[in-house]
Design a protein around this ligand. Structure first.
Ligand SMILES: Cc1cc2nc3c(=O)[nH]c(=O)nc-3n(C[C@H](O)[C@H](O)[C@H](O)COP(=O)(O)OP(=O)(O)OC[C@H]3O[C@@H](n4cnc5c(N)ncnc54)[C@H](O)[C@@H]3O)c2cc1C
Length: 479
């Protein structure tokens, strides 16, 4: 029997697991997909919000501001890419100035530091490609950009090396609590028993909650479509450019990504299908039109891919975190929509403190809070790189030409704790396949390496787990 079972290996579940791994407790994280970071955490704007827009006094506001403050030291400890590039909420007419000021006041009340409203001259000097019609902006120097895969995987790996067990391809189907203070979790791979359950199931968190509580909650999947532009657009904008928010959220942004691309999006469309991450032509047209309001000459011909993510929009538009009133020992982490990524470090601490008190946990004396990401030879000096290739020639073998990813990095990604098992797993850990050709060149070669290293036939290697096999047979089979 475990002390704690966490449901969901997104950024929320992994942040909680990592914080709990500071303590002596038996912890298991169950995830229905084949890897960490397969849900909303893999498809979002990747912005570490400053924290000015969540309603003052809300849990969202508190955890956003706290999460933002924690992100710098966390990125150093866990070695994932993060940069405080700053953000601008751009006001396009004099009529919008009261709303901009309201946002500023809200930010001050939330405790956001260095926030200020700037006029059009300063705005233009910061961002030469801003629309000539922009009249002012709210400038938040503490806003940042992060690699969402890097963050989630780093949290998971560090939790794992500190003792958290991960069970993948394991879907929670039902939960029941008996009189002996034990939760029995029925999964597609048998039953698991635990004293406490943490529900971090993203867009499915209401399903899980409603299995155990008479006080139902409801989540709407709110789809956001994006376009990702090639790295040749680097420098088009330096800061994250937002529009004044409306009732659906922060509007369409134009931002650099941490890896030097430009991201444009998202839309906000309420849907029914909790797996509905398809993009639509209407959505893409809509976001391009909206982005063209705030910036000039958006280089939209440089789009290399489009994708969509689903916000877990809870009816009350607030993070639902805490023990469920009529389900003791069951902790919700539901409605974790934006700014969930920014807030994850703070959510991790909040939930682990809560469980630490309940279970009277002692500190784990062997906890190691540091972790190194996949070694990127591009960060080495010429001499150090040459030495590395001499020691391990796999680092001299380029597999992904667009992103310059070597075989050495792919081997590291496969064999490290919670290593990659699929093409997308490799992509999220190394960026192989993320470049301009979108995996056209490197897929067969990555497939070969995965097959060789995992000792599986190529026909068993998937793009992203489940039935997503790339090879259905050999041509000789047809003869
Ligand atoms: C369009 C969009 C833009 C966003 N932009 C930002 C942003 O810029 N900044 C920011 O801070 N936030 C942003 N967010 C929000 C942020 O991405 C989310 O808050 C965060 O990723 C949620 O993480 P999570 O771990 O709660 O959910 P998820 O990442 O979805 O993880 C939940 C996991 O639970 C698993 N699961 C579900 N049901 C079961 C089950 N029955 N059994 C086992 N496992 C199960 C799923 O497979 C999934 O892996 C954005 C979101 C969207 C959609």
């Amino acid at each position: 029997m475990y002390d704690i079972v966490i449901i969901g290996a997104g950024v929320t579940g992994c942040a909680i697991a990592r914080e709990l791994s500071r303590y002596n407790a038996s912890i298991c994280l169950v995830e229905k997909c084949e890897d960490v970071c397969c849900g909303t955490s893999k498809a979002n704007s990747a912005i570490v919000h400053a924290g000015y827009d969540a309603a003052s006094g809300s849990l969202m506001a508190k955890l956003n501001v706290e999460g933002n403050r924690l992100m710098g030291s966390l990125s150093e400890d866990l070695d994932f890419p993060f940069r405080r590039n700053g953000s601008l909420v751009v006001c396009m007419s004099e009529d919008g100035l009261p709303n901009l000021n309201e946002l500023y006041q809200n930010g001050l009340a939330n405790g956001v530091e260095q926030l200020r409203i700037i006029g059009k001259e300063e705005l233009r000097s910061l961002e030469p490609n801003i629309s000539p019609y922009a009249v002012a902006a709210l400038y938040a120097p503490t806003g940042g950009i992060v690699c969402p895969f890097g963050l989630t995987i780093a949290l998971a790996e560090n939790a794992h090396i500190n003792g958290v067990e991960f069970k993948f391809n394991t879907e929670v189907l039902r939960l029941a609590s008996n009189n002996e203070n034990v939760w029995s979790i029925e999964t597609n791979h048998g039953k698991i028993q635990t004293k406490y359950v943490v529900n971090a199931a993203g867009v499915y968190a209401d399903f899980i909650h409603n299995m155990v509580s008479a006080k139902k909650i409801h989540i709407t999947p709110r789809r956001g479509d994006y376009c990702l532009l090639d790295k040749s657009t680097v420098g088009f904008v330096e800061k994250t450019i937002f529009q004044l928010p409306d009732k659906y959220g922060k509007g369409v942004l134009v931002s650099p990504t941490i890896h030097g691309n430009t991201i444009v999006g998202p839309t906000a469309i309420d849907i029914q299908d909790r797996e509905g991450t398809n993009t639509t032509a209407e959505g893409i047209n809509d976001l391009i039109n909206k982005a063209n309001i705030t910036v000039n000459n958006l280089p939209i011909r440089q789009v290399i891919t489009s994708f969509a993510g689903l916000r877990a929009h809870e009816d009350g538009h607030e993070f639902v975190i805490g023990e469920v009133e009529d389900a003791p020992r069951f902790i919700d982490c539901a409605g974790i929509e934006s700014p969930g990524l920014s807030s994850a470090p703070a959510i991790g601490i909040l939930v682990s403190n809560l469980l630490c008190k309940k279970l009277h946990l002692n500190l784990n004396p062997n906890f190691n809070g540091k972790r190194k990401s996949v070694l990127d030879p591009k960060t080495l000096s010429k001499d150090a790189y040459a030495k590395l290739i001499k020691e391990n020639p796999a680092y001299g073998n380029i597999i992904c030409r667009c992103e310059n990813v070597t075989e050495g990095e792919i081997l590291d990604a496969i064999h490290r704790p919670l290593g990659a098992k699929s093409l997308d797993g490799i992509k999220r850990r190394t960026r192989a396949g993320m470049g301009r050709c979108q995996a056209g060149f490197c897929s067969p070669r990555t497939l070969e390496i995965l097959s060789r290293e995992l000792g599986l036939p190529q026909s068993e290697i998937t793009k992203c787990g489940g039935a997503s096999k790339l090879i259905v047979g050999t041509s000789k089979d047809r003869l």
